[in-house]
Design a protein. Structure first.
Length: 665
């Protein structure tokens, strides 16, 4: 354990000591897009001439309608502006540039519906569909700078709508199709949207999600700005159409031209707003600019995913989240890649669906969340063993720290021991991946996101804002220099942006909100949100490490750890555990709970031993796979549940987590 006695603050204790290490495989390294010498040169260039580094990349990677003369305008810091006197169009970069490069007939999107329907859209077809929708939006009076809310299932039309907005300079705000009417209403009202694009319904787990009905409910109040609703006919369920306001997608686009000249916009023109999930507090409309955002997502696809011309890239995220924006809609398409999208549950109709998609579509790069990995790991090794996964050459992890045992399962069972794993750290606010292994170059360690990418300067600070010294001493993860894809502000509330991300350390660095430490090699290890750090008897423990220790036990598939008030220790530890196989019965609960407590104490420290363990059939997750930790904290403390639980994959699990349906130990 470590502490800073002079300041009176106790640092986050690093109690997880992972010793396994995997060197880059020679065969992969020999063909890697970015070689070790090239990576070292990029880091050196960024260190010596930071602005020159980003200027050169912006000029070489993006196609400018009008070039820029100002690389970084920091006159209004921390509201940084990049390449601000240049002009381009993001849709032109993703579509027209690819057709000019000879990729017109190449598959841009391979779509698989939950029903098994498969569609293929070439770059030329996608371009035509985007232009028709862009012209349709213009016919409704949508102009540059207007906001359009998109509330669709994960279907090709979601990407079409996003790209169409970008093409005419409208600002899109995508709302995840699993969000409730109330959540949709909040986001429409905050954005002041003039158009809503939705569908009759979506498909999930064999059921139809009533999107149009939710949209009608949302528009019933506080959404006076919405003039038109465009409805995609997708699931075939009956819907009410409001005359004068609602129109069908296919009818609106039927007679539109498949050509639409791009609207050239300033580099700092907002590309999109993306509201943070309600699971983390009052939604914030994160605003991203066009050029800087596109530069980082395009580069990170090349550096992190080793993206090549013949790759089939599957990022499993919905476009309602930033991962889907950056690594489904924009980054891969700006590189001329083929992306796979799937509408539906990962275990429908059975636990082999993900692996069947990889097999059938020849997926070469798979990028998914630790929650999905753990859920599929729980089903055992036999299911993925039934599928041919030989096309896979690289695996990625995103969304939260991945615990070492899930990393090892991913490596061993899915990658068959031959695929590099890129464990990526980034956020909605960062726009693109900032810390990650570079495959073929960086040695990896299960659970570590390793090192910052070129041009990214990360550090770990203590409470006083001083860099921590020595390995395995935790603190606040910060980024000390601005980067192009950094969020520009919070829509309509710039003071909240400054207070949330910049005020703590006097505006001199971006506060990520995550706790982290570095090991002896300088590798970064994320220990969870600072809000999730537990203060147990004067020791600050990261929840991720305790969760990782629990999942390392043979009986545990998933775990989530939260704190609650404790008379003696200040904060006690409550662990919610999902077991492999059946949930333990009444007679086994006490025995298994005590075994797990002892296991954590032996793996980490007696201080990390959970005070209580509750067993459940599942953890409370949104349909995107994110664990609703605020909900768990409220349950642990016996507080009323104020969160919107409509986005939960299984709302009925709440009673079980409270302990209403089982004894706890």
């Amino acid at each position: 354990m470590t502490s800073n006695r002079e300041s009176g603050e106790v640092d986050i204790s690093a109690v997880l000591h992972e010793q396994r290490r995997f060197e880059p495989q020679a065969q992969f390294a020999a063909r890697a897009r970015l070689q070790a010498a090239q990576l070292a040169a990029l880091h050196e260039r960024a260190g010596k001439d930071y602005l020159g580094f980003w200027r050169e990349l912006a000029l070489s990677q993006l196609n400018w309608h009008r070039s820029f003369s100002v690389t970084l305008d920091d006159s209004q810091a921390p509201n940084y502006r990049w390449f601000c006197d240049g002009e381009l169009n993001v849709s032109h970069e993703c579509l027209d540039v690819q057709i000019i490069a000879g990729r017109g007939e190449k598959a841009a999107i391979r779509f698989e519906a939950e029903t098994g329907e498969v569609r293929r859209l070439s770059y030329r077809q996608l371009h035509a569909d985007v232009c028709r929708m862009a012209n349709a939006l213009k016919s409704l009076g949508v102009q540059m700078g207007d906001r359009v809310v998109i509330y669709l299932p994960l279907v090709p039309e979601a990407i079409v709508a996003m790209q169409a907005c970008a093409r005419i300079g409208a600002i899109h705000s995508v709302v995840f199709g699993g969000f409730s009417a109330l959540s949709l209403r909040e986001r429409i009202a905050d954005a002041g949207a003039c158009v809503l694009i939705t569908a009759d319904g979506g498909r999930r787990g064999g059921e139809i999600v009533q999107l149009k009905a939710a949209a009608d409910s949302a528009l019933a109040e506080r959404c006076e700005s919405v003039r038109n609703v465009i409805v995609l006919r997708h699931a075939g369920n009956p819907v009410d159409m409001h005359e004068g306001r609602d129109c069908w997608w296919h009818e609106l686009c039927a007679h539109q031209s498949p050509r639409c000249e791009p609207q050239w916009v300033p580099a700092e023109h907002p590309l999109f707003l993306l509201h943070t999930s309600g699971s983390t507090g009052r939604p914030k409309g994160i605003q991203h600019a066009s050029a800087g955002y596109l530069l980082n997502v395009k580069l990170s696809c090349q550096w992190v995913f080793d993206l090549r011309e013949d790759d089939v890239f599957w990022c499993t995220a919905d476009v309602g989240w930033v991962t889907g924006h950056s690594y489904v809609c924009y980054g891969p398409l700006a590189n001329g890649a083929t992306v796979v999208i799937y509408e539906g549950a990962p275990t429908y109709p059975d636990g082999g669906r993900f692996w069947k998609i990889c097999q059938d579509h020849g997926v070469t790069i798979l990028y998914t969340a630790p929650t999905a990995i753990r859920a599929l790991m729980r089903l055992g090794d036999a299911i993925p063993a039934r599928y041919d996964l030989s096309s896979l050459r690289l695996l990625g992890s995103v969304g939260e720290p991945i615990n070492p045992e899930a990393w090892m399962w991913y490596h061993r069972v899915i990658g068959r021991g031959r695929c590099p794993i890129v464990d990526t750290w980034w956020q909605t606010e960062t726009g693109a991946i900032l810390i990650s292994p570079v495959p073929g170059v960086t040695a990896t360690k299960p659970g570590s996101c390793t090192l910052p990418l070129p041009g990214i300067f990360a550090d770990i600070l203590d409470e006083r804002g001083e860099p921590v010294t020595g390995p395995e001493i935790g603190g606040y993860l910060v980024i000390t220099r601005p980067w192009p894809s950094l969020a520009r502000t919070i829509w309509g509330d710039n003071q909240r942006y400054i207070d949330t991300y910049w005020r703590k350390f006097g505006g001199r660095c971006y506060l990520a909100g995550d706790g982290a430490y570095r090991d002896a090699e300088g590798y970064f290890w994320i220990v969870g949100r600072i809000d999730d750090v537990l203060n147990v008897a004067g020791h600050r423990l990261g929840t991720m490490e305790i969760e990782s220790a629990l999942v390392a036990h043979a009986r545990v598939a998933e775990a989530a750890v939260v704190g609650r008030p404790h008379e003696i220790k200040g904060e006690g530890i409550l662990a919610f555990v999902v077991c492999r196989g059946a949930r333990p019965g009444t007679a086994e609960v006490v025995t298994l709970a005590e075994e797990l407590r002892g296991w954590v104490a032996a793996q980490l420290s007696p201080i990390a031993r959970p005070d209580e363990i509750r067993f459940a059939d599942a953890l409370p997750k949104t349909r995107s796979g994110k664990i609703m930790r605020r909900l768990l904290r409220a349950i642990a403390r016996g507080e009323p549940l104020s969160q919107d639980v409509s986005t939960l994959e299984n709302p009925a699990i709440v009673a079980q987590l409270r302990g209403d349906q089982q004894p706890s130990a």
